[in-house]
Design a protein around this ligand. Structure first.
Ligand code: SF4
Length: 287
């Protein structure tokens, strides 16, 4: 695979890479350097078949699964760039990997598991990274979550929930018509119990779609007393799309409605908007 281009922003501490694979397929990865850690967001598929209507990657459909090597190479490239001091702030080590780029990782199950093994096996067979630093994000493929729990990893699982009620989630995350909110959360809680890791709940806040305070309250009720953390993500708007980020006052009310149930909630720092930072946007402009 070869680099089509690197795009940097945030004084060079956010670097997005557009890759061309051997057959011409395009995928993206992003490296984000913070004062205390470096995170890479990688792709597990070229495109995505999950068809979430607010997502740039989802609009183009699935091209193909990435191989284990194509997944691992995105990380190796980022580690080299950090080691060689190409990212401002001096040489550094990679601390976190999130499978939150293009694709549904659990829909490319065997290659993703293979890549986690390559990344975390001790050197020289693997890269010696910590399982605890890896987050696998899923829309909620329930049987695959159970399988993932059986692997015995200490990775974190993140569920892209985006709505607490089936009626709305059926439209925002179409796979919900197969596995409902309750089933997805139960599978997530089970993974959490078996891995000893807190479950992450990802929720993209979309103006006037899923950002009503009553939905925040409903989410808080579902998660109350569970080992979870809610990450709210201000939507990175896709050009030409009606979906956009929430108003600040609605965002605040939503946070308060969740926190009222004692559920930990934070708003994710969004990076890279000016470099088409949301997954799929850069590849979409290249087509
Ligand atoms: S939001 Fe995630 S699962 Fe949904 S279409 Fe986009 S990449 Fe796929």
């Amino acid at each position: 695979m070869s680099v089509v281009r690197h795009l940097s922003t945030d004084q060079g501490t956010t670097r997005k890479t557009l890759w061309r694979l051997f057959d011409g397929t395009l995928v993206e990865s992003v490296l984000m350097r913070y004062p205390d850690r470096v995170t890479m967001c990688i792709s597990s598929q070229a495109g995505c078949g999950m068809n979430c209507p607010f997502c740039a990657t989802g609009q183009a459909g699935l091209d193909r699964n990435l191989s284990t090597a194509e997944i691992v190479h995105q990380i190796v490239d980022g580690m080299r760039a950090l080691r060689d001091g190409e990212v401002p702030g001096g040489p550094a080590r990679l601390s976190n990997i999130v499978f939150m780029g293009m694709g549904e990782p659990l829909a490319n199950y065997n290659r993703v598991i293979g890549s986690i093994r390559r990344l975390t096996d001790p050197e020289p067979d693997g890269l010696g990274l910590s399982q605890r630093g890896i987050t696998v994000s899923t829309v909620g493929l329930v049987p695959a979550i159970h399988r993932f729990a059986d692997e015995g990893f200490k990775c974190r699982l993140a569920i892209s929930l985006h709505a607490p009620d089936d009626e709305l989630r059926d439209t925002l995350v179409p796979v919900n018509t197969r596995w409902k909110v309750r089933e997805v959360l139960d599978a997530g809680f089970e993974y959490s119990a078996r891995s000893g890791r807190r479950l992450s709940i990802e929720y993209a806040l979309i103006r006037d779609i899923n950002d009503q305070a009553w939905r925040g309250d409903r989410l808080g009720r579902l998660l109350k007393g569970k080992p979870v953390h809610v990450n709210l993500i201000p939507l990175n708007p896709t050009p030409g799309s009606k979906w956009t980020a929430s108003r600040p006052e609605d965002e605040r009310a939503f946070v308060e409605a969740i926190a009222a149930h004692g559920v930990p909630v934070t708003i994710r720092d969004t990076r890279g908007q000016e470099i088409d930072g949301a997954c799929g946007q850069l590849a979409a402009t290249e087509r």
